[in-house]
Design a protein around this ligand. Structure first.
Ligand SMILES: [Zn+2]
Length: 303
């Protein structure tokens, strides 16, 4: 049973917006976007696989960020059973890889970070965190390769790795070994949830400027900016998708807040940002539902 859902990472949301609103996105930003997107898709696949029966014999906490001894670390998924804690690091790699003296390479010879070392590091930090909070549970770490077209050569058979072709067998054993129901209200689970950092400081500073971004409402379905107001909906000329106007505008204002969290919500800026709105009245009515208006005229802003 999932008790903490996975959310799209903030960095991915920002990059998604930049990719859709910038004509010539820098190559490193685009590659980072593709990388994060692929990772997120792999994690979603993992969530579906693990929660296929919504079993109450274990609890699944996804996407956790903790801080211990000045180190911030992230966990893809924690599965809590009646007597163990399973730590999963999910990789959505595709293609052929090889291991040589503990170093990982693509078959073409490009070295990548050793994901087992990353798993070990996360396990150590998690153990320290649990000790600090007097939680005594055995940790079982696993590296999951969720993509069916991933192949690893020369790896040790003792490594804590589960490949896509082993997922069904792993789950069958897991279900047999963990047949006791777990209480979701136990104090240590509440403690873990309370320790999770909802908005951790970002490691990478992305650079972008308001003036350089294309304005308008992105289609919810195909992310095109080729949209226009059509009565009570926003219509996409690319994929013909229609979304209720209020929802689309709210989404677009939220996107502005995500990109420019320190900027005040000025009515004029938002009118410019959303573009498709012909009436100031519509925007004001909508914003008043979620924000408080302060000031008058040009200095009027929502908080
Ligand atoms: Zn569309």
């Amino acid at each position: 049973m999932i008790i903490k859902q996975r959310k799209k990472p903030k960095e991915l949301l920002i990059l998604e917006s930049l990719v859709n609103r910038t004509k010539d996105i820098p190559k490193n930003y685009y590659l980072r976007y593709l990388n994060l997107l692929k990772g997120f898709e792999g994690e979603q696949k993992f969530d579906q696989w693990f929660d296929q029966d919504s079993s109450e014999n274990w609890l699944q906490l996804n996407d956790l960020t903790f801080e211990v001894n000045n180190s911030i670390f992230q966990i893809d998924a924690l599965i809590i059973t009646s007597n163990q804690l399973f730590l999963f690091e999910v990789k959505n790699y595709e293609g052929d890889y090889k291991v040589e003296s503990n170093r990982w390479f693509t078959l073409a010879g490009k070295e990548i970070q050793n994901p087992l070392l990353q798993l070990q590091k996360t396990e150590t930090l998690l153990r320290q965190l649990l000790q600090q909070h007097n939680i005594h549970l055995n940790i079982c770490p696993y590296l999951i390769f969720i993509h069916h077209e991933f192949q690893l050569f020369n790896n040790s058979i003792d490594a804590p790795i589960i490949f896509a072709s082993q997922l069904n067998r792993f789950m069958k054993n897991f279900q047999q070994e963990h047949s006791k129901r777990v209480a979701s209200n136990s104090s240590f689970i509440q403690k873990l949830l309370a320790l999770h950092l909802e908005d951790p400081p970002q490691h990478r500073e992305l650079e972008y400027h308001y003036d350089k971004l294309n304005k308008g409402v992105l289609c919810k379905k195909c992310q095109s900016l080729n949209t226009q107001i059509d009565g009570r909906t926003i219509y996409c000329f690319e994929c013909c998708y229609k979304e209720p106007k209020d929802l689309a505008l709210k989404r677009t204002v939220n996107e502005y807040r995500l990109l420019f969290p320190d900027n005040p919500l000025l009515t004029n800026t938002l009118l410019n940002w959303c573009q498709v709105i012909c009436s100031r009245k519509t925007l004001l009515r909508l914003l008043k539902k979620d924000y408080k208006l302060t000031g008058h005229g040009k200095s009027a802003k929502f908080i």
